[in-house]
Structure formats: structure tokens, C-alpha cells
Design a protein around this ligand. Structure first.
Ligand SMILES: CC(C)(COP(=O)(O)OP(=O)(O)OC[C@H]1O[C@@H](n2cnc3c(N)ncnc32)[C@H](O)[C@@H]1OP(=O)(O)O)[C@@H](O)C(=O)NCCC(=O)NCCS
Length: 159
């Protein structure tokens, strides 16, 4: 296993992480063709505020950092202990990301396992997440970690 420690974020770290995470989420929706580029950031900010009305202190939301022995942060994750659409006994991973230079070294797998452990330690029996169909690296990670598809959104071009 790679030498990485997963710990909860501090509130200062959360504020820095939040802005970046919202921008990346907006960008990913634009790349997926789901949101218009000129409105994406505003939509993402509103969605994030709705999910995190009390920011770092929002009930049931946990935020993690993956840290190397020298203290360098290599990634982060956001876990909700409840499901956004009410699936019973099911946590939801809103975000998991390893910083680009550190990808492919096993840190994502370690972070995912630690986030799952956190959900388990809060008495939750299942965990779910969304992933774009083009994100083959993440899909590979999830499939080899025991995740199975429960729903799919499909789209075709009509032009
Ligand atoms: C997805 C992500 C979190 C995975 O973290 P990572 O540290 O790169 O992944 P790991 O090194 O732990 O590898 C985990 C598994 O992913 C798969 N994988 C890793 N690199 C891969 C690559 N280049 N291509 C395909 N699959 C790959 C493998 O199955 C690997 O397991 P294995 O090494 O035991 O075979 C990371 O790549 C990332 O942050 N991507 C951008 C953000 C993102 O897409 N987040 C997920 C949103 S749903």
C-alpha cells in the first residue's frame, strides 16, 4: 500500500478546497456537454451552496485529505452520510480527487478505502457515487473496488 494518510480537513483547508472543487465540477459539466460554459460556474456555486448550507459545519457532510509522510496534500474527498435522493442506508461520495502529478500511484484507491471506512464507522451499510461514462480511470477504480452500476444516463446526438 502507498504511504498515504487520510485525515479530516480543517475548516481553513475546506475553504480553499471548496472554491477549486466547485470550479472543477463546473468544468467537468461543460466538458460533458451538460451545462453551458457561460453559466456553468454560477450553476455549480448554487448547487454547492444548496448542498452545504452551513459550509464545513453542514450536518452529515465529511471532508478528507490524503497526505504524504512529508505533509504534502495529494488529494481530497467529500462524503455525505446520507444519499441525495434518499436511498436508505447509503452514503454518497460527492467528490474524490487525487492531484494530477500523483495519479496512478495507488493514492486514489487508498483514499477511497479510507472514505468507505469513515462511512462504515458511522454505521452506514452502502455507498454510492456518480461517474461520467468517459472517466475510464475512475470507473476502473470503482469496478475493482466492488462498485456496480445501478443506473445509467444515456445520450445520443441527433445531428
Ligand atoms: C480517479 C482518481 C481519483 C483515481 O486515483 P489514482 O490515484 O489516479 O488511482 P490509483 O493509482 O489508486 O489506481 C486505482 C485504479 O485505477 C485504475 N487506473 C489507474 N490508472 C489508470 C489509467 N491510467 N488508466 C486506466 N485505469 C487506471 C486501476 O484499476 C487502478 O488500480 P490498480 O493500480 O490496482 O490496477 C484520480 O485519477 C483522479 O483524481 N482523477 C480526476 C478526478 C476524478 O475523475 N475523480 C473521480 C470523479 S467520479
Amino acid at each position: 500500500m502507498p504511504e498515504v494518510t487520510v485525515r479530516e480537513m480543517t475548516s481553513d483547508e475546506f475553504e480553499q478546497w471548496r472554491g477549486r472543487a466547485v470550479r472543477l465540477f463546473a468544468d467537468s459539466q461543460v466538458v460533458a456537454g451538460s451545462w453551458p460554459a457561460d453559466e456553468a460556474l454560477e450553476i455549480a456555486v448554487k448547487a454547492n451552496e444548496a448542498l452545504l448550507p452551513d459550509g464545513f459545519a453542514t450536518t452529515g457532510m465529511l471532508f478528507f485529505r490524503a497526505v504524504l509522510p512529508d505533509g504534502a496534500c495529494v488529494g481530497a474527498s467529500w462524503l455525505s452520510l446520507t444519499h441525495p435522493r434518499g436511498v436508505p442506508d447509503c452514503a454518497f461520495i460527492y467528490n474524490i480527487e487525487i492531484d494530477e502529478p500523483y495519479r496512478g500511484a495507488g493514492f486514489g484507491r487508498a483514499l477511497l478505502a479510507a472514505v468507505e471506512d469513515a462511512a462504515r464507522s458511522h454505521g452506514v451499510g452502502r455507498v454510492e457515487l456518480n461517474v461520467f461514462g468517459t472517466n475510464s480511470r475512475a470507473i476502473q477504480l470503482y469496478e475493482t473496488s466492488g462498485y456496480r452500476v445501478v443506473a445509467q444516463q444515456m445520450r445520443r446526438s441527433l445531428s
